[in-house]
Design a protein. Structure first.
Length: 281
């Protein structure tokens, strides 16, 4: 936004305050979007506690699960050439990107009154939320890269080549972005840091009631039936297909559909919470 300087008081009659007729001019949708996103991105290095656990936890689970279950699962493979390290890498990515958002920072802005001041400005309302999500998307891509490097160090290879590697990271990042709607909805609705922190609990049923540790065919019948209704199952299968030698567009399409459905639900909740916050302010 651009502003102009007020009229010179010296040129006004004594005791009379002169107001400028010039008002702040909106900078446009994308100007607001990039401003909010830039501020959020600059704040990330100052808060390493917000992303370091997201690197440690997936790396820890990847190494531990491979060490504990690799020999067992490969002794009774479902398919010829089954590789448990390749099977576990998408799970590690999902753990790295799920629940990562700037929602705690948004709560701080609301409590400090900064968000209300933004609502008084000519800034458009939608970029106030979308700008944070742009920063989230950049962050989850950054988080995916070290996990992928860890997998490559452990011998994981991408049969679909560099394009498959890019799509693998993109699927993980899109899943992380789709999930961010939940913490943002809670942040805008409650402005409570504890409630936002607990939003990660929503992920645990998704994470473990699926084929995250063993193939779907190895699950008990009741667990297998639940996993088939779990969107993470299809995201994992789509990502795992990119580690094979041939492209499986059916699995990739199912992964994108699962991400789209979850994203539509979570982002609708977040936008509804934003409208409620704007109305209250």
């Amino acid at each position: 936004m651009t502003t102009t300087t007020p009229s010179d008081p010296a040129s006004s009659p004594k005791g009379i305050t002169v107001r400028s007729n010039v008002r702040a001019r909106p900078s446009g949708f994308f100007g607001d979007l990039f401003t909010v996103a830039g501020r959020a991105l600059r704040s990330i290095p100052r808060e390493p506690e917000s992303f370091i656990p997201a690197l440690f936890i997936p790396a820890f689970f990847f190494i531990v699960n491979v060490g504990a279950l690799e020999d067992l699962t490969e002794a009774f493979p479902i398919t010829e050439g089954f590789n448990y390290r390749e099977f576990q890498l998408p799970t590690a990515i999902i753990f790295a990107v799920t629940g990562i958002s700037r929602a705690p920072g948004l709560v701080t802005d609301i409590q400090a009154g900064y968000f209300d001041r933004l609502l008084l400005s000519p800034a458009r309302r939608l970029p106030l939320l979308l700008g944070l999500m742009v920063a989230d998307f950049a962050l989850v891509i950054f988080l995916c890269i070290p996990v992928v490097i860890l997998g490559i160090v452990f011998g994981v290879s991408f049969g679909t080549g560099p394009l498959g590697l890019i799509l693998f990271i993109l699927l993980g990042a899109l899943w992380g972005l789709a999930f961010t709607g939940f913490p943002y909805a809670i942040a805008l609705k409650t402005a409570n840091p504890g409630a936002v922190a607990s939003s990660f609990i929503l992920f645990f049923p998704f994470a473990f009631l699926t084929s995250s540790t063993v193939p779907l065919e190895n699950l008990t019948p009741w667990m297998r039936n639940i996993a088939r209704f779990n969107p993470i199952t299809y995201v994992l299968e789509g990502m795992r297909s990119l580690l094979e030698d041939d492209w499986d567009f059916a699995d990739i399409g199912k992964a994108l559909l699962a991400i789209g459905i979850l994203g539509a639900i979570s982002q609708t909740m977040a936008l509804s919470a934003l409208r409620g916050r704007v109305d209250r302010s």
